[in-house]
Design a protein around this ligand. Structure first.
Ligand code: HEC
Ligand code: HEC
Ligand code: HEC
Ligand code: HEC
Ligand code: HEC
Ligand code: HEC
Ligand code: HEC
Ligand code: HEC
Ligand code: HEC
Ligand code: HEC
Ligand code: HEC
Ligand code: HEC
Length: 285
């Protein structure tokens, strides 16, 4: 910063002198054409000339100017200087960016901190509203499925634009065998309490919290043993099926009337009594 001021001060000292020399040179060269076009009597500089007095900005633009290098030049933004630094030499973004929700935000330079490298963003913590100008659906998901994540700013997780954080940055897995790629099998980051999965999810993931059911089913000799948890407990956590969903009415009506509860003879679905020998206790599970 200080160095910059010194450079600027020195530049100022030579401002008039240099301008004069410079302008008289360009008058005879390329400037002449432009001058004619504009019909004025003053010489006009090109973008190349700016670098003679300003070092940092041209370097920034060259390195990461993006569309501010390819679609516009210095003078498109900074009109009217030199030979004098005029009012209005710093442009408003709205001079060129209007007509979208995003362009109605306040403080463009808070995020686009350097207009010469417009896509090198500085994102503070706790930002949410501005992100929704382009990513509406994530905001809707967070708002309609309240969880602790709904209380966080988008940038608490996405502190670099476009980067996806790993769940393990903030959480531990349910079981040591789970990898970070497994979390997405059941959770969506923007509605983490809505646990949903497909039929093929390996039962060990359920076993991480339901050890008893997992062990029972794993050691059961009955055919349910071949089914994954999610083939019965379909799609959504805490979904509980009825035996009849899959088996209809497997026994004559007279028997079913007398023993309406399948568990009376078959014990639990995770530890099936396949032979159906009546267990007078009618024990569940
Ligand atoms: C002859 C040297 C010289 C040339 C050539 C030159 N500038 Fe400057 N520029 C200066 C000086 C001196 C200042 C004033 C610095 C200050 O006030 O701190 C300045 C200030 C500026 C400012 C800041 C204005 C403000 O209000 O803070 C901008 C923007 C700028 N120049 C852009 C340009 C652009 C774009 C070009 C090329 C078209 C250019 N300059 C060419 C010397 C030059
Ligand atoms: C898309 C518009 C745009 C383009 C293109 C652009 N600038 Fe700027 N420039 C700005 C804005 C906006 C600021 C004010 C930044 C701020 O307030 O922090 C600025 C600031 C400056 C300053 C003053 C810096 C300071 O710290 O006071 C200089 C010098 C400058 N630009 C030179 C250039 C030069 C040279 C080029 C071409 C290589 C260029 N700019 C291209 C928008 C632009
Ligand atoms: C003189 C016109 C002009 C001004 C002033 C201007 N821009 Fe731009 N900017 C453009 C153009 C043209 C593009 C390319 C847009 C396109 O292709 O649709 C662009 C693109 C951008 C991009 C995308 C860059 C990329 O490489 O894709 C960002 C970000 C941006 N501008 C931010 C700003 C901000 C912030 C300001 C104010 C500090 C600003 N612009 C001022 C003309 C301008
Ligand atoms: C809260 C931070 C933030 C603020 C404030 C902000 N932007 Fe952006 N802007 C972004 C992000 C993030 C992107 C996406 C960048 C990318 O695609 O890499 C973006 C992209 C852009 C783009 C390129 C994409 C497009 O739609 O053309 C332009 C132009 C732009 N912003 C201009 C502006 C202007 C003008 C303002 C002020 C009115 C502004 N931004 C305010 C964060 C912000
Ligand atoms: C001006 C529009 C704009 C703004 C504002 C914006 N983004 Fe983006 N964002 C994009 C674009 C364009 C992409 C890349 C295309 C895509 O994958 O959807 C993107 C990609 C992303 C991605 C990666 C998506 C993926 O599939 O890998 C994340 C995460 C993201 N943005 C988060 C944010 C956050 C957080 C904010 C607020 C700080 C924000 N964005 C603001 C336009 C924007
Ligand atoms: C930047 C940190 C961060 C990241 C990344 C993160 N979380 Fe969280 N999450 C939290 C905090 C903080 C809480 C509240 C305290 C707690 O329960 O640990 C939370 C709570 C939760 C909750 C309980 C929600 C509630 O309201 O009770 C679930 C479920 C959850 N996170 C799942 C995930 C999953 C899955 C991922 C990856 C897709 C993830 N989180 C990524 C910070 C994070
Ligand atoms: C708790 C951390 C966390 C918060 C808060 C968060 N995200 Fe995400 N986001 C993630 C993770 C992790 C992913 C990767 C997909 C997944 O695991 O569901 C993601 C994915 C994305 C994607 C890629 C597309 C998609 O939906 O998968 C975008 C865009 C995005 N987030 C934007 C946002 C925006 C905008 C906000 C704020 C409204 C936000 N995120 C809040 C962690 C978070
Ligand atoms: C098989 C589905 C499944 C997988 C895979 C899974 N979770 Fe969960 N997770 C759940 C269920 C179900 C709950 C809610 C338990 C409840 O209702 O209390 C939960 C709750 C959470 C919570 C809230 C706090 C807690 O422990 O109850 C966090 C944090 C969490 N999961 C993170 C993760 C992470 C990180 C991963 C990736 C290793 C992951 N989950 C993988 C099903 C899963
Ligand atoms: C993070 C731990 C966790 C994981 C992983 C988990 N659950 Fe649960 N589950 C719970 C908790 C906690 C309860 C509530 C227990 C209670 O209410 O007593 C529960 C309840 C249930 C219930 C009973 C619902 C009811 O109404 O009685 C079923 C069925 C269930 N889980 C199946 C599964 C299946 C299938 C999976 C694997 C896809 C799974 N769970 C993964 C923690 C988990
Ligand atoms: C999601 C479907 C589904 C649900 C729900 C279900 N079952 Fe089954 N069951 C099966 C399948 C598949 C088989 C194996 C059939 C075969 O291979 O012939 C089976 C087999 C059986 C058998 C024969 C076991 C053997 O080893 O020969 C009994 C008894 C049985 N189920 C009872 C029950 C009872 C009681 C319930 C409720 C507590 C129940 N089932 C719930 C799908 C289901
Ligand atoms: C054949 C279908 C089937 C399979 C496979 C199955 N369940 Fe169940 N589960 C049920 C039914 C039906 C109930 C309802 C209670 C009952 O009938 O005893 C139930 C109940 C539960 C409950 C509620 C508490 C309880 O015991 O009543 C949990 C927890 C549970 N199952 C977890 C699991 C887990 C974990 C797996 C995989 C290891 C699994 N289930 C596999 C059908 C099944
Ligand atoms: C009174 C005891 C009793 C009750 C109650 C009972 N079952 Fe059975 N079930 C049996 C017996 C005994 C067998 C063995 C018959 C055989 O192997 O031929 C059997 C066999 C089965 C089979 C295997 C059929 C096959 O062809 O392999 C299924 C499936 C079954 N029962 C489902 C159910 C369901 C579902 C219910 C509740 C709606 C139920 N049972 C209620 C006694 C019962």
């Amino acid at each position: 910063m200080k160095k910059g001021k010194v450079v600027k001060f020195a530049a100022l000292m030579f401002f008039v002198l240099v301008s004069f020399c410079f302008l008289s040179v360009t008058e005879g060269l390329a400037g002449k054409k432009k001058e004619k076009e504009q019909g004025g009597g003053t010489a006009v500089l090109t973008d190349k000339d700016c670098a003679k007095c300003h070092v940092q900005e041209p370097a920034d633009v060259a390195k990461a100017g993006g569309a501010h290098k390819t679609k516009v030049g210095c003078i498109d933004c900074h009109e009217g200087h030199p030979p004098r630094v005029m009012e209005g030499v710093i442009p408003q973004c709205s001079k060129c960016h209007i007509g979208e929700k995003h362009f109605e935000l306040e403080g463009c330079l808070k995020c686009h901190s350097n207009p010469h490298t417009p896509l090198q963003l500085k994102l503070a913590k706790g930002i949410k509203g501005p992100c929704l100008t382009c990513h509406e659906s994530q905001g809707v998901d967070l708002d309609t499925h309240k969880s602790f994540h709904s209380t966080l700013g988008c940038t608490d997780c996405h502190n670099v634009h476009g980067e996806i954080p790993e769940c393990f940055k903030c959480h531990k897995p349910h079981a040591p065998s789970q990898t970070v790629g497994d979390c997405g099998l059941c959770h969506d980051a923007h509605m983490p309490l809505m646990v949903a999965y497909n039929n093929e999810i390996p039962s060990k993931h359920c076993g991480a919290c339901h050890e008893e059911e997992f062990n029972q089913l794993a050691s059961s000799p009955a055919k349910h043993h071949e089914l994954g948890c999610a083939e019965c407990h379909k799609d959504k956590h805490k979904m509980v099926p009825e035996c009849q969903d899959c088996h209809g009415l497997p026994h004559p009506e007279t028997i079913m009337k007398k023993f309406p509860d399948c568990h009376t003879c078959h014990n639990s679905p995770h530890d099936l009594n396949r032979w159906g020998t009546a267990q007078a206790s009618g024990k569940k599970k």
